[in-house]
Write a protein that binds this ligand. Structure first.
Ligand SMILES: Nc1nc2c(ncn2[C@@H]2O[C@H](COP(=O)(O)OP(=O)(O)OP(=O)(O)O)[C@@H](O)[C@H]2O)c(=O)[nH]1
Ligand SMILES: [Mg+2]
Length: 237
């Protein structure tokens, strides 16, 4: 008699979006592998799995080229967090978050946490900067209308980071912010809500049906978050 193979589920889905060449894939590799990796442009999307305490987190890396926008909308489905990334030295990539990428989050969870992330901070100088810190922060506030109101004195940190995958600056903080906001752990790395680790009502994603036979690799955990952690990485499309 055939034995049913249990379906593996992700407890949280995070999607990263933004124009082509702004460094989305490099940022994910920096976080997962702890180093600056030379990557090729993404075709369709790539999928990564991160262990955060008892949770499985699915990280979807989308392709920035405009021709893949419809696909990116598909990959936003059920996302509980979205990293909206732009190149700090390229204003166009910031503007297109508003016009092209933010609307795709219609397909995400209703209260999807939008995190604005400026990239390539190592290349920023007073003359090369095209997006100010204030503009990035304001975009983050406006992208989370239910969580932050403009000018309000929220106790929660505004979901905005300027990062460099070359130096590693702020990379871990982006993911630490998302995970500790949506999947809080105690000091020992256990879920704070003991029931939450088993099944979350939102953002649950089937890992085995969306894409055929993704390759699986093991890579070392990165950053400072609490143990036990590991990273498994899948690539697809
Ligand atoms: N100096 C510097 N270069 C970076 C940084 N992040 C990415 N790059 C470079 O930017 C280029 C594009 O990076 P990718 O990660 O492929 O960009 P992407 O946003 O994933 O692009 P698509 O897959 O086409 O959507 C590569 O040459 C990277 O090495 C960074 O923080 N600093
Ligand atoms: Mg890419």
């Amino acid at each position: 008699m055939a034995t049913a193979v249990p379906k593996r589920k992700a407890d949280l889905k995070v999607v990263i979006m933004g124009d082509s060449s702004i460094g989305k894939t490099t940022l994910i590799h920096r976080y997962l592998d702890g180093k600056f990796t030379d990557v090729s442009t993404t075709i369709g999307a790539s999928f990564f799995l991160k262990q955060w305490g008892p949770y499985n987190v699915a990280i979807w890396d989308t392709a920035g080229e405009e021709k893949f926008s419809t696909l990116s909308s598909f990959y936003c489905r059920n996302a509980s967090a979205a990293i909206l990334a732009y190149d700090i030295c390229d204003r166009e990539t910031f503007d297109s978050l508003q016009t092209r990428h933010l609307p795709l989050l219609e397909a995400a969870e209703k209260n999807c946490l939008a995190v604005a992330v400026g990239t390539k901070l190592d290349l920023v100088s007073p003359t090369s900067r095209q997006v100010s810190n204030d503009a990035g922060e304001q975009f983050a506030v406006l992208s989370n209308p239910d969580k932050f109101k403009e000018g309000c004195d929220s106790k929660q940190r505004i979901p905005f980071f300027e990062t460099s995958s070359l130096t590693g600056e702020n990379i871990d903080n982006v993911f630490l912010y998302i995970f500790s906001t949506l999947l809080p752990l105690d000091r020992e790395g256990n879920a704070i809500d003991p029931n939450a680790g088993r099944k979350r009502p939102s953002g649950v994603v089937d890992l085995d049906t969306s894409h055929p036979q993704p390759q699986q690799q093991q890579s070392s955990p990165s950053g400072s978050p609490p143990p036990p952690m590991g990273t498994r990485q899948h690539r697809c499309c």
